[in-house]
Each structure stands twice: as structure tokens, then as C-alpha cells.
Design a protein around this ligand. Structure first.
Ligand code: MTE
Length: 322
């Protein structure tokens, strides 16, 4: 595959600290001067309108999933995103809020299952039964991190609904591929659209694996991957695919989007967080907490080793940590 443009992740060591992006409600109120200085006027106005249009989701918090640090303010999360379908930079929120149409949204469940189905995302949410809120960390491979109050359901509930055949070893997921809705698809033809990700069945059935449909008490924003995205908190953020339209149960391990782009050299299939395994071009030992700009040590499996380390016993020969 010919790569004509490098993703922002292709930064040199020492340059991975993101620009300061924190903007709270008060600074928003200060008006256009602050917004202009941050270079995101379009994004902000689109975001305010879009937020008003998103339904509230009242889901009980599952207290089993707590954090040792404060939540990332919603404003930060809404306007600092990776969503290459809308551009290879962090300021995609205005574009995503204006152009992604998250409802109606059809989801397909197919492959090695007893119950293949095509259904509306809200029908899927109703079928899996019961949403909950979980406070999770998110560690991007670029060495920044957030903490997010996600709302959703365990991936295992989707697995149960699909009722996979015994031959199913992996769950492959695919993002929409509509260049009219996301102009980055057309303007960056060198990327292997659609965005694809995957996980093993053991990972899918792990209690931490979470399908996200909301955040901060509302439906999830377009910039964060409406109407349905994944979050695997022990892996680098690129595994957590956004705006999913298809779930396929397969015997073959799927090749994920960034794995294909980097030919497995920089971004692998497993991509578990490990501070001791550097990215080929920068250290993963520490991370910048986005809203404070504080540099803190990165934890093995992003702090979730107790729940997930067992998944990888006997797999030492695999590239588990990039
Ligand atoms: N999913 C799709 N479809 N397209 C993307 O570009 N970026 C990934 C992941 N999911 C991406 C995606 C990366 S690199 C990260 S770090 C997270 O989404 C970022 O999620 P956030 O923008 O909600 O913080």
C-alpha cells in the first residue's frame, strides 16, 4: 500500500506532547477571542448545537469501575479527537458534528453466528438490555490520556445476542465508509478504508470490553464515534473503533486499519499498553494527562492488568505490546 501522507502518530520522540487544548466553560463564555486563539471557532459552535441535540441517557454507574484520577472535562473530550474519516488532525469535531448522521443507523451482525441480523442501533441497544456507566481510562498510542464516563453495555452482551458458532475465534468490526458523510475518506484515498479493528473472542468476553453509546450522561457525540463505538481500556486507543456498522465473527484474525498501514511494524493487532515497550519512534514510559498537561507514568495494561493479563498467558511469542 502506498502511504502518501503520514498519520499524526508519526512524530519524533519528544514531540509527542500534544498542544495545550484545555478550554473550560468559562473560557468559552469569554467569547470569540479565546476561541479564535485556540483556532477552533467552527468546531465550538458546531459542538454547542450538536450537544443540545443529543438525548440524555440515564444509566446507573457501575461502581466496580473507578478511577484514581479526575475525569477529563467534557469540553476537552469533545474537541480533541482522532477520527481520520474527518481529517488527520485533532480538530475534527466541527466537521463530524455537522456531517455525520448518527440516526437512523443500521448495524449488521454476521459471519460465524447462529443468529445473523441486520438491525437499527436503537433496536440493538434495546435487545442487549440495560445500559450502565463506567469510568475508564483511555491511553492513546501517541502518549496522551483521558478519563471518560462512558455509557454502554459489555461486548459480551452482543456476543450472547449473536450466538457465535464454535469456529468463531475473532470479532471483526468495521466503521461506515461513506465519503459523502466524512470527507476525509475521499481526500485521503491512500488509507485502506473502511477503518477495521478486531479482538479475540476471549477479549470480547472479558468484563472490561465495552460497547459505548453514550458519554457524560448523553448519547455519545459524533466526534467521539456516534452512535456506537468500542472501548478497550487496557489497549492503545486506536483499537477502540468508532461509528461501527458491522460486527463479523470470524475464524481468521482480521487485519486492523493501522496494522495494515504500518505493515505491523508500528501498530500491531494486540496493542496492549506497556510502558516498557517503546513505540519504534518514541517512548511509552509516560503519558500527558490531556486536561492538566501533567506527565505521569504509564501503567502496564493501562492499570487493568488484574482483569486482563491472563488473556495473554502462553502468547509470549506474539507482539503483544504495540
Ligand atoms: N475509529 C475510527 N473509525 N477512525 C479513527 O480515526 N481513531 C482511533 C480510535 N478509533 C479512530 C477510531 C484512535 S487513534 C483513538 S486514540 C481513539 O479513537 C480516540 O478516541 P476519542 O477521539 O474519542 O478520544
Amino acid at each position: 500500500m502506498l502511504i502518501q501522507s503520514k498519520p499524526s502518530w508519526t512524530i519524533r520522540e519528544g514531540q509527542e506532547t500534544p498542544e495545550s487544548i484545555y478550554m473550560n466553560r468559562r473560557s468559552l463564555m469569554k467569547g470569540f477571542a479565546g476561541a479564535l486563539a485556540a483556532g477552533c471557532v467552527g468546531g465550538l459552535s458546531a459542538r454547542v448545537f450538536a450537544q443540545e441535540g443529543r438525548a440524555r441517557l440515564d444509566a446507573p454507574r457501575n461502581e466496580a469501575y473507578r478511577l484514581d484520577r479526575e475525569l477529563t472535562p467534557e469540553e476537552v473530550n469533545l474537541t480533541y479527537n482522532n477520527f481520520y474519516e474527518f481529517g488527520a488532525h485533532k480538530r475534527i469535531s466541527g466537521n463530524a458534528e455537522s456531517n455525520l448522521v448518527p440516526r437512523p443507523w443500521t448495524v449488521e451482525i454476521d459471519g460465524l453466528v447462529n443468529t445473523p441480523m441486520t438491525l437499527d442501533v436503537d433496536e440493538l441497544i434495546a435487545k442487549v438490555g440495560g445500559l450502565e456507566e463506567r469510568l475508564y481510562r483511555l491511553r492513546c498510542v501517541e502518549a496522551w490520556s483521558m478519563t471518560v464516563p462512558w455509557i454502554g453495555f459489555p461486548v459480551s452482551a452482543l456476543v450472547n445476542l449473536a450466538d457465535p458458532l464454535s469456529g468463531a475465534k475473532y470479532l471483526r468490526m468495521e466503521t461506515f465508509n461513506d465519503a459523502d458523510m466524512a470527507n476525509g475518506i475521499r481526500s485521503q484515498p491512500w488509507y485502506p478504508w473502511p477503518y477495521v479493528e478486531g479482538m479475540s473472542m476471549a477479549e470480547a468476553n472479558n468484563e472490561l470490553a465495552f460497547m459505548v453509546v453514550g458519554a457524560y450522561g448523553k448519547q455519545v457525540s459524533n466526534s467521539m464515534g456516534a452512535p456506537i463505538r468500542l472501548h478497550l481500556p487496557w489497549k492503545y486507543g486506536f483499537k477502540s473503533i468508532k461509528s461501527i456498522v458491522r460486527f463479523t465473527f470470524t475464524e481468521e484474525r482480521p487485519v486492523s486499519f493501522w496494522e495494515e498501514i504500518s505493515d505491523g511494524r508500528e501498530y500491531g493487532f494486540w496493542a496492549n499498553v506497556n510502558p516498557e515497550v517503546p513505540h519504534p519512534r518514541w517512548s511509552q514510559a509516560t503519558e500527558t494527562v490531556l486536561h492538566t498537561q501533567e506527565r505521569v507514568p504509564t501503567l502496564l495494561y493501562n492499570g487493568y492488568g488484574e482483569q486482563v493479563a491472563d488473556l495473554y498467558s502462553g502468547m509470549e511469542g506474539e507482539l503483544l505490546f504495540r
